[in-house]
Design a protein around this ligand. Structure first.
Ligand SMILES: Nc1ncnc2c1ncn2[C@@H]1O[C@H](COP(=O)(O)OP(=O)(O)OP(=O)(O)O)[C@@H](O)[C@H]1O
Ligand SMILES: [Mg+2]
Length: 464
């Protein structure tokens, strides 16, 4: 973090210092909310959660070098900035950090699917060029965004902020913490529709990102998603539409996929058309990469640099279309970080474009947080499995069987197992050389670890 004294922090968040004479204590280490990540000079953010009270871990943070706590009550023996609402104060602190940075450009990324993939790709483009802060994993919430923002130091030039939401107003809130100069909206899908109530409410929320952009910023909108393209009218900033359709300003045409579903395309709309190759697996990265290209160009990045990063890009965050070729000739595609109907469809499409000498096997678990439409959405995924030519579908756990019933009705061979252990036994006995197995489910269903287990058991597996 940009070094601040406790007096400055208390003033910024409107908090009270305990003890009152601790104002000169300097926070010059990482701002953390997990006491195990404390380092010398850290500020520890103590929250009262559903299951644990963060204040109980302040002394552990102090043992590792944390110099102060931001909390809702004083910690004995440790300087504390005491506030009524830690969450709100933390957001205000993060914004104070942004305001102290000299030359910071923030790119905000939202959408129902692909935020982390896009954030990681943009991070790979920007990081070699200048001091950049790019969150690890999926830090996109009211805690994840301020934790990321607080990593900004005096020399930081770029901050890539993933912004997630499960209710109206959430993105607007995050943009007040990390005011973006460039905003990317990828898609409006059905992720979290249970909490939002409707797809329209999701579109309303994702569009809050473009409403936050300044007149000299840039809104990068997916031209292929009508709900995203319609956000044009909500932007004060210039808009660049990216996509495959004719109305896109920056377009990908002549898309081709190699035998592992890596895309290449011709980029039209930025000087002479040029061929782009992506090192990432899955055709959905075409849209993600167009958005990254547009954002990076607006920030003044050289086109050749972007194109060469795309070609050498690798999955940074785990369990997103990870392709493992095992020593026994089986290929495991572990895309089980999470799942919603749109990302299920994207993954099944990717599987369908991969070349297998054996079978295409889909191992699918439940999609959570779909609300009332859940049963119909699961059936829809079953029909997609049939449409994309899955040879064998294995559904895992309660809630996934609705996928199987619909797939079976559409002619796909299906098996159901109750849990990941049973799935592991079935798969190790069933998969043959040449087969490709795709694993995908919501996070809590744990299929990502099943994928890891299959790779580890093989012992000779190497990541492709
Ligand atoms: N543009 C896209 N359209 C549809 N699916 C995508 C797209 N980009 C990535 N995916 C797929 O969606 C899943 C989630 O990807 P990613 O983690 O990048 O999304 P996210 O928006 O960050 O998700 P979360 O809301 O959980 O943070 C992955 O399985 C990935 O393969
Ligand atoms: Mg994410």
């Amino acid at each position: 973090m940009i070094t601040m004294t406790l007096r400055q922090i208390a003033d910024a968040v409107g908090g009270r210092l305990e003890p009152a004479d601790a104002g000169d204590v300097r926070v010059d280490g990482a701002v953390i909310s997990d006491s195990r990540l404390a380092e010398p000079g850290s500020l520890y953010v103590a929250r009262v959660g559903e299951f644990a009270d963060g204040h109980d871990f302040a002394s552990a943070a102090a043992e590792s070098g944390a110099v102060a706590t931001l909390g809702s009550r004083a910690i004995e023996g440790m300087p504390t900035v005491v506030v009524d609402d830690v969450q709100t104060a933390f957001g205000v602190l993060a914004r104070a950090v942004v305001d102290r940075a000299d030359d910071l450009r923030i790119v905000g990324i939202t959408g129902s699917s692909g935020k982390t993939s896009t954030k990681d790709l943009l991070g790979q483009v920007l990081s070699p060029l200048a001091d950049s802060v790019v969150p690890e994993g999926s830090f996109n919430s009211e805690m994840g965004v301020p934790l990321t923002v607080c990593r900004v130091s005096t020399g930081t030039r770029y901050l890539v902020a993933e912004m997630g939401a499960d209710g109206v107003g959430h993105i607007a809130y995050l943009t007040r913490i990390a005011p973006p100069h460039v905003g990317i909206v990828l898609n409006v899908g059905r992720a979290h529709v249970g909490e939002f109530g409707s797809v329209e409410a999701i579109a309303q929320t994702k569009g809050e990102l473009v409403e936050a952009l300044p007149a000299d910023g840039l809104a990068v909108l997916n031209a292929d998603d009508p709900r995203v393209a319609a956000m044009k009218s909500r932007s004060m900033a210039p808009v660049l539409l990216v996509g495959t359709g004719e109305h896109a300003d920056l377009r990908a045409v002549d898309i081709e996929l190699d035998d592992k579903s890596r895309a290449s395309y011709t980029l039209v709309g930025d000087g002479e058309p040029r061929r782009i190759w992506l090192g990432l697996f899955g055709v959905h990265h075409v849209g993600n990469s167009l958005a990254v290209y547009a954002a990076a160009r607006h920030l003044g990045v050289d086109a050749d640099h972007i194109v060469s990063v795309f070609e050498n890009a690798a999955a940074v965050s785990r369990w997103r279309m990870e392709v493992h070729e095992l020593g026994n000739g089986v290929t495991i595609v572990n895309d089980a970080y999470n799942a919603n109907p749109d990302s299920m469809a994207a993954a099944l499409r990717a599987l369908s474009t991969m070349t297998a000498c054996g079978r295409k096997v889909a191992v699918l678990g439940q999609m959570l947080e779909l609300g009332e439409s859940s049963a119909e959405e699961h059936a829809g995924v079953g029909r997609k499995a049939a449409e994309f030519g899955v040879d064998l579908l294995i559904t895992v756990g309660a809630g996934a069987d609705a996928i199987g019933s619909a797939a079976q009705a559409a002619g796909v061979e299906c098996k159901h197992v109750d849990d990941v252990d049973a799935a592991f036994r079935l798969l190790t006995g069933t998969l043959k050389p040449g087969d490709i197995a795709l694993l995908k489910s919501s996070r809590d269903c744990g299929l990502r670890y099943l994928g890891d287990r299959l790779v580890d058991t093989d012992g000779k597996g190497a990541r492709a």
